[in-house]
Design a protein around this ligand. Structure first.
Ligand SMILES: [Zn+2]
Ligand SMILES: [Zn+2]
Length: 514
C-alpha cells in the first residue's frame, strides 16, 4: 500500500481496496463513476489502482505484457530502404493486416513514426521501453490491448497445457508458477515477433536487405533484444519457442501442408497470435498468405531462418552456457510436473503419454473420417456420399470431439437395448478413458456405420432389403448392387473374421460385478 494511503479515511480506504479488486478496467470505470467521492479516491491513487487492476487481468507477467503494448514499434527498424512509394502502395494491405493483427499491437498509426536511423542500433532497440515494474498510468488504448493480448495468451496457454502438461484438459492446468514462467516467456516472444515481423517487407525490400548485408544487421538486433534477459529466463523462452515450432509443424503435417524448417521459421514470426489462429484453423495456410513475400520468388531466404535458434545459439556461446534441452524435454524449463506422462492406452497398454487420445483432444485427431466406415463400406458410394455430407466440416469446426463422444453414447444406447451383435464386446470402453489411435479407430469403426444408419433412418430413409454380406460385401462398390441392397448391416454368413470382433479384455469382469 502506498504510504500516502494513510491520508484516506476508513471509508475511502475501503473504496480504494474495492477498486484494486476489480477484475476488469470497465468494472473499475463503473465504480469510479458511482460518486464524486469515489472518483476522488481514484484520482488520489490512479497509478496503484490501475496497476492492481492490470495485475488482476494479466497476472505476474504484467511488466512483460505492458512492454508489448507500450513499445514504440517502428516498422522501419532494420529496413531504412522502405521507400515512401512502397508504403503508399501497401497502405491498403496494411489496414487489412491491422485487423488481423490487432492483438499484437505494433501497427497503430501513432506508432508509425519516421525512421530515425541514428537510433536503430541493436542496443537502442533492445533497451527501449524496458520492462517496467513500478506502478504507472495505463492509458485506455493500453488497457484495450492488454485485454486483447490476455485473450491470446489464455488461448496460447490452453494449447500448451493440453499438449505439454495434461492431455485430459482443454483449459490450462498449469500451476501459478508454471503459468508465470510460460507467460513471461510468451510475452517476450510476442515483443520479439512485433519487433521483427516477417510480414513487414515487400519482395523488393527483401532483395535489398540481402544485397546490402542488412540481414546481418537485423540478426544482430535480434541477438541484442534477447541478450537483455537472464539465462534461466531465456531457457524458458527457448522452451516456448520450441513448443511453437513443434506445434506449427504438427498442424502443417496433419493438414498435408509444407512443414520444412524454412516454412516453420517463417510462420514462427507470427508469434503466439499466429499460433492460436493456426491451431483454430488446423492449418498454417492463412499465415503463409500473410507472409506471402517470404515464399514468393525468394530463392535465398535467410531473413527468418533460425528465427529464434540462431540468436539464442549466439547468446549461449557468448555466455559460455550449454545448449538447452531440445524438443519436448524443453518443457522442463516451464513445467514442474507433467500429468499423465506415463499413461498407457486403456485397452492395449501401448505407452503414449500425452499423445494418447482423450475427449479433450479428439477435436485434434486428424484422420479421414470415411476411413472409419467398416470394411467394404469405405468403397460403397451409396454409403460414403451421405456420410461425407454429414461429416464434412467436422474436423475444421470443433464438432469432431462431440461427434466421437456421441459414439460412446451410441454404444451405451445399443447396450441398453441389447442391440450389440456381440453382447459385452465393448464393455470397458468408456468415454473418459485414454486410447491409442488404433484402439480408438477400432471402436469407431464398429459404431460409425450404425450411427450413419440411424441418422439416415431419422431423416426418413427407407432402406432396401439387407445384403447378406452386409459391410463385408465384396461387390458393394458396384452401383447397381449397392442401390438395390442395404449394406449398413452385419453379414449374415458366418464367415466373419474372428479378428474383427474385439475381445472384451479384463474389463469384462467389471460389468459382471455391477
Ligand atoms: Zn490401444
Ligand atoms: Zn452386397
Amino acid at each position: 500500500m502506498p504510504a500516502s494511503l494513510n491520508s484516506l479515511s476508513f471509508q475511502e480506504d475501503f473504496v480504494y481496496r474495492l477498486m484494486t479488486f476489480c477484475p476488469t478496467f470497465s468494472a473499475l470505470g463503473s465504480i469510479i463513476r458511482v460518486s464524486r467521492s469515489f472518483n476522488r479516491v481514484f484520482r488520489s491513487h490512479p497509478k496503484s489502482i490501475m496497476q492492481a487492476v492490470a495485475y488482476n487481468i494479466v497476472g505476474p507477467s504484467l511488466p512483460q505484457a505492458l512492454r508489448v503494448v507500450r513499445y514504440p514499434y517502428r516498422r522501419e527498424y532494420g529496413d531504412p530502404k522502405y521507400s515512401d512509394s512502397e508504403k503508399d502502395s501497401d497502405s491498403e494491405k496494411d489496414s487489412d493486416s491491422d485487423e488481423r493483427n490487432s492483438n499484437s499491437g505494433p501497427k497503430d498509426s501513432d506508432s508509425e513514426e519516421d525512421p530515425d536511423e541514428s537510433k536503430s542500433t541493436p542496443n537502442t532497440i533492445a533497451n527501449t521501453c524496458p520492462e517496467e515494474r513500478d506502478a504507472t498510468i495505463i492509458t485506455a488504448k493500453e488497457q484495450r490491448k492488454l485485454m486483447e493480448n490476455t485473450e491470446v495468451m489464455d488461448a496460447f496457454e490452453n494449447i500448451y497445457s493440453l499438449t505439454r502438461k495434461d492431455h485430459t484438459s482443454k483449459t490450462s492446468v498449469l500451476t501459478w508458477e508454471e503459468s508465470w514462467r510460460f507467460r513471461r516467456a510468451a510475452y517476450r516472444i510476442m515483443l520479439f515477433c512485433n519487433l521483427f515481423p516477417a510480414s513487414r517487407y515487400g519482395i523488393e525490400a527483401l532483395y535489398t536487405l540481402e544485397e546490402d548485408g542488412e540481414v546481418e544487421e537485423i540478426r544482430q538486433q535480434r541477438v541484442a533484444v534477447l541478450s537483455t534477459y537472464p539465462t534461466d529466463e531465456l531457457r524458458e523462452l527457448y522452451a516456448v519457442a520450441q513448443f511453437m515450432h513443434d506445434t506449427f509443424a504438427a498442424i502443417a503435417l496433419a493438414n498435408g501442408e509444407p512443414h520444412d524448417e524454412e516454412t516453420i521459421d517463417a510462420v514462427l514470426g507470427t508469434g503466439p497470435d499466429g499460433l492460436t489462429r493456426a491451431w483454430e484453423q488446423r492449418s498454417i495456410d492463412d499465415l503463409e498468405e500473410e507472409l506471402y513475400n517470404l515464399f514468393t520468388e525468394w530463392g535465398g531466404v535467410t531473413l527468418n531462418d533460425g528465427f529464434f535458434t540462431t540468436p539464442l545459439a549466439k547468446i549461449w556461446e557468448a555466455r559460455g552456457v550449454e545448449m538447452p534441452d531440445d524438443g519436448e524435454a524443453a518443457s522442463n524449463y516451464i513445467l514442474d510436473k507433467v500429468v499423465g506422462a506415463d499413461d498407457t492406452c486403456s485397452q492395449c497398454a501401448t505407452p503414449g503419454g500425452l499423445k494418447l487420445l482423450t475427449e479433450a483432444n479428439w477435436d485434434r485427431l486428424s484422420l479421414q473420417l470415411s476411413d472409419l466406415l467398416k470394411n467394404k463400406l469405405k468403397s460403397c458410394l451409396v454409403v460414403t456420399a451421405p456420410f461425407v455430407g454429414l461429416t464434412e466440416d467436422m474436423y475444421k469446426s470443433d464438432k469432431q470431439g462431440p461427434w466421437i463422444a456421441g459414439m460412446f453414447s451410441l454404444k451405451k444406447f445399443l447396450g441398453m437395448l441389447a442391440l450389440h451383435d456381440t453382447p459385452g464386446a465393448w464393455d470397458g470402453w468408456e468415454r473418459d478413458m485414454s486410447y491409442c489411435q488404433p484402439c480408438l479407430t477400432k471402436f469407431l469403426e464398429d459404431h460409425v456405420w450404425k450411427w450413419l444408419l440411424l441418422e439416415q433412418l431419422k431423416a426418413g430413409w427407407v432402406p432396401p432389403e439387407n445384403c447378406e454380406d452386409g459391410y463385408d460385401c465384396k461387390i458393394a462398390h458396384k452401383r447397381a448392387h449397392a442401390s438395390a441392397k442395404n449394406h449398413l448391416c452385419e453379414p449374415i454368413k458366418s464367415d466373419v473374421d474372428e479378428a474383427d470382433v474385439p475381445s472384451a479384455g479384463p474389463r469384462r469382469s467389471k460389468r459382471l460385478h455391477k
